[in-house]
Design a protein around this ligand. Structure first.
Ligand SMILES: NC(=O)c1ccc[n+]([C@@H]2O[C@H](COP(=O)([O-])OP(=O)(O)OC[C@H]3O[C@@H](n4cnc5c(N)ncnc54)[C@H](O)[C@@H]3O)[C@@H](O)[C@H]2O)c1
Length: 286
């Protein structure tokens, strides 16, 4: 028996990166997956979004694990489209046990104020839309997981003026996700539905491996490369690592989706190599 045997999990942003890693880790532990991704670039976001070939690869890898998958193009900003995609997945797979709201962008450095709104729409409203689409289908005891961000919890990182309106929007959206999950957990507790947020440090995905992130980590250079940024990445963490791998986050998501965490709710679970402690050394609050 896998740790999430027989569960059906809805994952946004599943074509690559952390979303794909979550899908594979959950499928390896017995889950069937409803995978959605927008597969379209956003003008204020400097690095490209996934393509159909990325989503096809996620499907191939899940099927190689002998699990079922329904993969559809859907944008988390489009509430009706997202709902329709999820409902098609539920029709094919029979039910829904968990939501993993992973899709996200980092439109940092773009001077247009629209970047602020794009970050809010994808990184916050997209999470609300995923939860709203899922809620009518979730049985008591279900699990909701949303992705926040260590960087957004720390001062002068993504809200650094150099990150522009999109950095401000990213920070606002991720803090709003943390607050939303906190209060959602209380609202859903009488039904034993859990809502938790994961807050990763740097993760080795397209978002981190982008020119705009290199510039954020190496503001001293005009056109920094990944090689230039690598020595700067560990500044984020207390442990001596520059980034973690997507599956390091998936292990936490697996725990939160599984019944092992059936009494864990409202958590802001940092998978951050001690980054938060380093920046905000204080006594724990009880
Ligand atoms: N990579 C990091 O260093 C890091 C650190 C902390 C938090 N995060 C969070 O992780 C998420 C990004 O995931 P990743 O690191 O795997 O990056 P990624 O860019 O590789 O993956 C993001 C996925 O989301 C999809 N997506 C983007 N906008 C969408 C939309 N409107 N609708 C549906 N799908 C959409 C993209 O096509 C892509 O497949 C964001 O929420 C981000 O805040 C990332």
């Amino acid at each position: 028996m896998g740790r999430v045997e027989g569960k059906v999990v809805f994952i946004t942003g599943a074509a690559r990166g952390q979303g794909r890693a979550h899908a594979l880790r959950l499928a390896a532990e017995g889950a069937d997956i409803i995978a959605v991704d927008s597969l379209e670039d956003i003008a204020t976001n400097e690095y490209p979004m996934s393509r159909q070939s990325d989503l096809d690869e996620t499907v191939k890898l899940i099927e190689a694990l002998d699990r079922r998958v329904v993969a559809l193009k859907a944008d988390v900003r489009d509430r009706a489209g997202l709902r329709a995609a999820l409902e098609q997945g539920i029709t094919e797979l029979g039910k829904l046990d968990a939501v993993v709201a992973q899709a996200g962008i980092a439109p940092l450095g773009h001077p247009d104020p629209q970047a602020f709104l794009d970050a809010v729409q994808v990184d916050f409203v997209g999470v609300v839309n995923a939860v709203e689409a899922a809620l009518p289908h979730l049985a008591d005891g279900a699990s909701i997981v949303a992705t926040g961000s260590l960087a957004a919890m720390l001062p002068s990182t993504t809200d650094n003026p150099a990150a522009g309106p999109g950095g401000q929007g990213y920070t606002w959206a991720k803090r709003a996700v943390a607050s939303f999950i906190n209060d959602l957990a209380l609202v859903l507790a009488p039904r034993s539905i859990r809502a938790n947020a994961v807050h990763p440090t740097n993760v080795n995905t397209h978002m981190l491996n982008s020119d705009i992130m290199y510039k954020l980590f190496r503001p001293d250079l005009p056109n920094p490369t990944r090689e230039d940024a690598l020595p700067a990445f560990p500044a984020m963490n207390a442990m001596p690592v520059g980034f973690v791998e997507p599956d390091d986050i998936s292990q936490a998501v697996l725990f939160l989706v599984s019944d092992e965490s059936k009494f864990v709710t409202g958590m802001q679970l940092r998978i951050d190599a001690g980054g938060y402690l380093k920046a905000r050394p204080q006594q724990p609050q009880f």
